[in-house]
Design a protein. Sequence first.
Length: 363
Amino acid sequence: MKHSLLFSFIVLLLAVSCTDQQSFKIAGTFASDDYEGKTVYLTNFNQEQIDSVKVKNKQFKFKGNIQDVSDICFVRYDERHRSGVIFPEPGNIIITFDHSLTSHIEGTPFNDAYQNFFYSIQKLADTGMQMAKAAEKEMEENKITEQDYVQKQDAFLDEFRNNIFEFVKQNIQTPVGEYSFLEYSSYLQSKQILELISMMRPKFKATESVQELEKTQLGSAATRIGNPFIDVKGKSIDGKEASLSDYAGKGKIVLIDFWASWCGPCIKSLPHLVEIYQKYKNKDFEIVAISLDDDKTAWENASKKHRVTWPQLSNLKAWSDEIAVTYGINSIPTTILLDKNGIIIEKDLNGKDLEQKLDELLK
């Protein structure tokens, strides 16, 4: 009888423990009484409502089962504003809104880890801004050269980048690492991104955002200086099938120019590109533009208006264009310069730098 009662108690204890392990609690406090009596909402990543409560005595509480929410959630306190990211996990999650409505989240391992990381990165960014201002002043006073200034910037960016990489790497198989990866991947180098992707949990690695990023980074790695061009296909502006290999590797210097009609900096660069084309087009030089438009009429009108008379390719898929993905393009304008054999020799040359390089190659 005693053994039976003991067994029943253990089963009950385990059942309670299992239930606790699957539940979370969020206790929130506003420093100001501006939201007294108002409704706050618990939402998922897509801003879909999970729960809602009213603020009483500047406080509010949420509780629920972890499996009923996504890996991250937010507390939204009006139509446009929300808290920082919250990671639902067992325990008591505490969120405090100060008088400026900045949120501080703590109380559980994931949330503590992310907050500590977030604050350290913010502090490092502030230090970097101060360093940059000080270096600019030193350069204006001729205490350092422009090269010294660039070296200081590069050293800081390396430190900033490596701090992000190490944190994400240590946490990549948790929601904290996965969220941080998506938030800060733009600061990382291609080799770091690809290393992190190789370490991910299969479910996260299979998400569309990670898959697209992997394709882009593989393209960027494959199109480093010294590599041969990768052949891609699209349609010319008059609707005919065309390939980059129709022009590249055919005995001409080729400039690949990624642009779009909606890109202000691209349009701004076109007048000088027109001048360069007129100067070199009869000297074994060709430009092949890759348009990241998705509107054929806009592409045609912009090309006509800005005198883009050189060959163009596009699949009219904007950033999802297979050409952009293949070449790892994540910003425009971007240029890639090929030698007469189709080998990548320069990237992102513009203006006078491009003209000087062409003078050197085509003298």
